[in-house]
Design a protein. Structure first.
Length: 134
Protein backbone atom coordinates (compact mmCIF):
# COMPACT_ATOMS: atom_id res chain seq x y z
CA UNK A 1 0.00 0.00 0.00
CA UNK A 2 1.36 3.45 -0.82
CA UNK A 3 1.93 6.01 1.93
CA UNK A 4 -1.02 8.25 0.96
CA UNK A 5 -3.47 5.36 1.14
CA UNK A 6 -2.03 4.23 4.48
CA UNK A 7 -2.40 7.74 5.87
CA UNK A 8 -5.98 7.94 4.58
CA UNK A 9 -6.88 4.65 6.31
CA UNK A 10 -5.06 5.76 9.46
CA UNK A 11 -7.08 9.02 9.50
CA UNK A 12 -10.34 7.14 8.99
CA UNK A 13 -9.54 4.73 11.81
CA UNK A 14 -8.49 7.61 14.08
CA UNK A 15 -11.85 9.31 13.51
CA UNK A 16 -13.79 6.14 14.30
CA UNK A 17 -11.65 5.21 17.32
CA UNK A 18 -11.84 8.74 18.74
CA UNK A 19 -15.62 8.73 18.44
CA UNK A 20 -15.96 5.31 20.12
CA UNK A 21 -13.45 6.11 22.87
CA UNK A 22 -15.06 9.46 23.70
CA UNK A 23 -18.59 8.03 23.67
CA UNK A 24 -17.55 5.32 26.13
CA UNK A 25 -15.60 7.79 28.27
CA UNK A 26 -18.39 10.37 28.39
CA UNK A 27 -20.94 7.70 29.44
CA UNK A 28 -18.79 6.33 32.27
CA UNK A 29 -20.10 7.13 35.77
CA UNK A 30 -16.81 8.64 36.92
CA UNK A 31 -16.44 10.98 33.93
CA UNK A 32 -18.14 14.09 35.38
CA UNK A 33 -15.90 13.92 38.44
CA UNK A 34 -12.50 13.54 36.72
CA UNK A 35 -11.52 17.24 36.75
CA UNK A 36 -12.55 17.64 40.39
CA UNK A 37 -10.16 14.84 41.42
CA UNK A 38 -7.32 16.28 39.34
CA UNK A 39 -7.58 14.09 36.24
CA UNK A 40 -7.46 16.53 33.36
CA UNK A 41 -5.36 14.61 30.81
CA UNK A 42 -6.04 11.15 29.40
CA UNK A 43 -3.96 9.22 26.89
CA UNK A 44 -4.99 6.15 24.89
CA UNK A 45 -2.81 4.34 22.36
CA UNK A 46 -4.31 2.63 19.31
CA UNK A 47 -2.78 0.02 17.03
CA UNK A 48 -4.07 -2.08 14.12
CA UNK A 49 -1.96 -5.24 14.44
CA UNK A 50 -3.87 -7.38 11.96
CA UNK A 51 -3.52 -4.83 9.14
CA UNK A 52 -0.55 -3.13 7.52
CA UNK A 53 -1.36 0.05 9.42
CA UNK A 54 0.34 -0.89 12.70
CA UNK A 55 0.56 2.09 15.06
CA UNK A 56 -2.50 4.33 14.60
CA UNK A 57 -1.58 7.00 17.13
CA UNK A 58 -2.15 8.15 20.68
CA UNK A 59 -5.33 9.99 21.50
CA UNK A 60 -4.83 12.80 24.01
CA UNK A 61 -8.02 13.98 25.71
CA UNK A 62 -7.71 16.93 28.06
CA UNK A 63 -9.90 19.28 30.06
CA UNK A 64 -9.46 22.97 29.28
CA UNK A 65 -11.72 25.87 30.28
CA UNK A 66 -14.72 23.65 31.10
CA UNK A 67 -14.41 21.70 27.82
CA UNK A 68 -12.87 18.37 26.90
CA UNK A 69 -10.62 18.64 23.85
CA UNK A 70 -8.82 16.00 21.80
CA UNK A 71 -5.74 15.65 19.63
CA UNK A 72 -3.87 12.79 17.99
CA UNK A 73 -0.17 12.33 18.67
CA UNK A 74 1.71 10.59 15.86
CA UNK A 75 4.55 8.93 17.76
CA UNK A 76 5.01 7.33 21.19
CA UNK A 77 8.08 9.55 21.72
CA UNK A 78 6.05 12.75 21.33
CA UNK A 79 3.42 11.47 23.75
CA UNK A 80 6.05 10.48 26.32
CA UNK A 81 7.59 13.96 26.05
CA UNK A 82 4.16 15.54 26.63
CA UNK A 83 3.39 13.21 29.55
CA UNK A 84 6.79 13.98 31.10
CA UNK A 85 6.19 17.71 30.70
CA UNK A 86 2.73 17.46 32.29
CA UNK A 87 4.09 15.49 35.25
CA UNK A 88 6.88 18.00 35.86
CA UNK A 89 4.41 20.90 35.71
CA UNK A 90 2.29 19.51 38.56
CA UNK A 91 2.59 21.02 42.01
CA UNK A 92 2.79 17.58 43.60
CA UNK A 93 4.69 14.34 43.05
CA UNK A 94 2.32 11.63 41.79
CA UNK A 95 4.76 8.84 42.60
CA UNK A 96 4.96 9.92 46.24
CA UNK A 97 1.18 10.17 46.46
CA UNK A 98 0.79 6.64 45.10
CA UNK A 99 3.45 5.35 47.51
CA UNK A 100 1.66 7.01 50.44
CA UNK A 101 -1.66 5.54 49.28
CA UNK A 102 -0.17 2.04 49.05
CA UNK A 103 1.46 2.41 52.47
CA UNK A 104 -1.84 3.51 54.02
CA UNK A 105 -3.71 0.61 52.42
CA UNK A 106 -1.10 -1.83 53.75
CA UNK A 107 -1.40 -0.33 57.25
CA UNK A 108 -5.18 -0.64 57.11
CA UNK A 109 -4.95 -4.25 55.88
CA UNK A 110 -2.55 -5.07 58.73
CA UNK A 111 -4.95 -3.60 61.29
CA UNK A 112 -7.88 -5.55 59.85
CA UNK A 113 -5.84 -8.77 59.86
CA UNK A 114 -4.86 -8.19 63.49
CA UNK A 115 -8.54 -7.69 64.41
CA UNK A 116 -9.39 -11.04 62.82
CA UNK A 117 -6.48 -12.77 64.57
CA UNK A 118 -7.44 -11.23 67.92
CA UNK A 119 -11.01 -12.37 67.37
CA UNK A 120 -9.86 -15.95 66.78
CA UNK A 121 -7.61 -15.83 69.86
CA UNK A 122 -10.44 -14.44 72.01
CA UNK A 123 -12.80 -17.09 70.67
CA UNK A 124 -10.26 -19.81 71.49
CA UNK A 125 -9.60 -18.36 74.99
CA UNK A 126 -13.31 -18.16 75.79
CA UNK A 127 -14.11 -21.78 74.94
CA UNK A 128 -15.52 -23.66 77.94
CA UNK A 129 -14.75 -27.16 76.79
CA UNK A 130 -11.40 -28.83 77.15
CA UNK A 131 -9.50 -29.48 73.99
CA UNK A 132 -7.58 -32.72 73.84
CA UNK A 133 -4.59 -32.73 71.58
CA UNK A 134 -3.18 -36.13 70.61
Amino acid sequence: MDEQLLQYHRNEIQTIMQKKFCEKLFRSPEFPFLPSIGITHLFQSFEAKEHELGFIGILHVWYHEKLWETEWIDTPEKSMALISHLQKAKLYDEVKLVEIGIERMNQYAKKENMKVIRGHIDQYDNQDENIIIN
